[in-house]
Design a protein around this ligand. Sequence first.
Ligand code: CA
Length: 302
Amino acid sequence: MKWLLFIILGWSFAEATWGWTYHYSNNTMTWYMARKWCQEHFTDMVVIQNQTENDYIVSILPNRTNSPYYWIGLTKEHINETWKWVGNNSTWVGEHSWAENEPNNNHITAFCVEIYINSGQNRGKWNDENCAKNKSPVCYKAQCNDSSCVKGSCWETLNSTACLCTDGYEGDKCQTAVQCPPLPQPSNGNYSCSKEGQIFNSTCHFKCHLGFFMIGSSAVTCAANGHWTGPRPVCTSYKQALLAVAGCGALCSFFCICFCCIRHRKKKKRAQDRLVLHREPEDATSPPSDVNGGTSGNTLTP
Ligand code: CA
């Protein structure tokens, strides 16, 4: 939705969408004076973030039959620099933003950009120009202000503004801290939290009743992702702990004995196998007995 906002002394009016409002002057001035005029009366010289915004601005500015056209907030200081938008330093340039054969960098020290608003083929296209030339300013007025987003930054585009919340906050205005799941009271203990509601950045400290001691961290904090930084600790009695340790010790001993037995058996079997292997070659090399019970081969007799 757009609507006519106001007329200031006959030389400026604005059309707006939800989000930024756009303003221009019919007076002409250098690029630097144009920016100053925008900053004094509105927020800054217009910043175009995409082709849709470019098309929209073209649609609201009155046609000119020839130069001077309108200054926009795109500039650089040196010929080899990247073009940057005032205010947010973005470097967006559309694939078809420049007019044919532009930017031609015809200027040595001043690099500013005008937008053609006419009925010709280059309507809505950009041209790099000498900043000292006189053209009409196009400005924007931001709708975001300090109270737009409680815990976040306000982001404006055509037809919309939105809050980009910092970690740990949510809601249209980033006004609500992220909440963690409620912590149940531990058995045989209690806890207290630094903030009500167990919300982001709230730290809960646990204590065990007399006769019980704590297993685990004594404090957990609600993180930005809505989860606690660790598990809730457990309060246990010394008697239970001793029984647990004893049980654990017995279990460990049992497994240790089993392990030693198995290892011992394996070791014994390997030793027996080695003994058998050593005996077999001796049997293989011993001479065969003859049929008469003597040894084969020649027998030397005196
Ligand atoms: Ca040019």
